[in-house]
Design a protein around this ligand. Sequence first.
Ligand SMILES: Cc1cc2nc3c(=O)[nH]c(=O)nc-3n(C[C@H](O)[C@H](O)[C@H](O)COP(=O)(O)OP(=O)(O)OC[C@H]3O[C@@H](n4cnc5c(N)ncnc54)[C@H](O)[C@@H]3O)c2cc1C
Ligand code: SF4
Length: 330
Amino acid sequence: MNPFTVTSPATVAEAAATLAKGNAAILAGGSEILAGLKAMNSPATPPATLVNLKTIPNLSYIKEEGGMLKIGSLTTLTTIAANTTVQTKYTALAQAAGAAASPELRNQGTIGGNICQKMQCWYYRGDDNLFNCLRKDSKGICYAMAGDNRYHSIFGGVGGCFAVNPSDTAAALTAFGASIVTNKKTWAIKDFFAVNGENTTALAADEIVTEIQIPTPATGTKSAFTKFALRKSFDFPIVNCAAVITQASGTVSAASIALNAVHNLPRKATTAETSITGKAINAANADAAGTAAVSGATAMPANANTTTIGNKYMIQIAKIMVKRTILACA
Ligand SMILES: Cc1cc2nc3c(=O)[nH]c(=O)nc-3n(C[C@H](O)[C@H](O)[C@H](O)COP(=O)(O)OP(=O)(O)OC[C@H]3O[C@@H](n4cnc5c(N)ncnc54)[C@H](O)[C@@H]3O)c2cc1C
Ligand code: SF4
């Protein structure tokens, strides 16, 4: 592990000023970034300084205000999952926060860190920078493209990278149409995620997430989150899905559905939304929406493997996650 110093800013502005000097990274709960530093995933660019957000007061809260839910970026996943307002009115987010990682990691991990975590790709995550891939070096190659890509994108790759965004809460926040507030601006969630070097967000190097905002759902809205992972106790998603569905007179009047872990970025399943809108929520209609959600999907060689894993297994799982999530909103 490379040596680094930790600063303890008292304000967001002080933290941003340290980040602006360069060669520094944000430390929130530390559950993701410290693992990467220990493994020396990217020894070419180790941050010399970690800027510890936990010494900044008032970044952990959940409140309803001005027609929206506001969550401070240092709020832990455990706190979000246990909050009765979130459970009742923003159910998919409570379920997503409660499904991420393990109880210990949820106690430590924050929502800001959850949406800013780096991608999951075993080549990228190789110890001691074993694979200096395209995301670390623009002259590098994508090892997953010709290698073991069983957990990689089924919707193509941005800029030649096929690694997926692994965040559980990102799916829920995308379905809710959340906004992400930083020290510089307020991002619509659709613009927040990006393939940006080693980063998974469009944030500038001195930009800090301070708050997540979710508009209050309309009357008659229910939401749900589902996740498929290899280990049920704790694991990153193979596929996750969140749906926010409003019903009137027994039919769907509005639907917002998001998949994650299937592409570089959280993906709005717009074809599924169109498919279920105007219909009753039942098994046949939810199944049709699931089929619509994966209509443009293309399996990679290892996640289409027919002999060892199952035919286009990730596409099939994505389809079923959409179906189950819609049914959970009935
Ligand atoms: C074994 C294991 C299993 C996991 N399983 C899951 C899982 O199933 N689902 C899942 O979603 N995640 C999972 N994670 C990832 C991670 O633990 C969680 O996403 C956690 O919420 C990260 O939060 P943190 O506060 O610890 O982030 P940190 O580790 O402190 O930071 C993560 C990244 O976000 C940046 N960052 C943090 N806060 C901010 C901010 N406010 N503004 C801008 N940038 C910021 C950091 O610089 C860093 O790059 C897992 C991690 C481990 C080690
Ligand atoms: S999928 Fe992306 S992160 Fe993984 S090896 Fe290819 S370029 Fe690197």
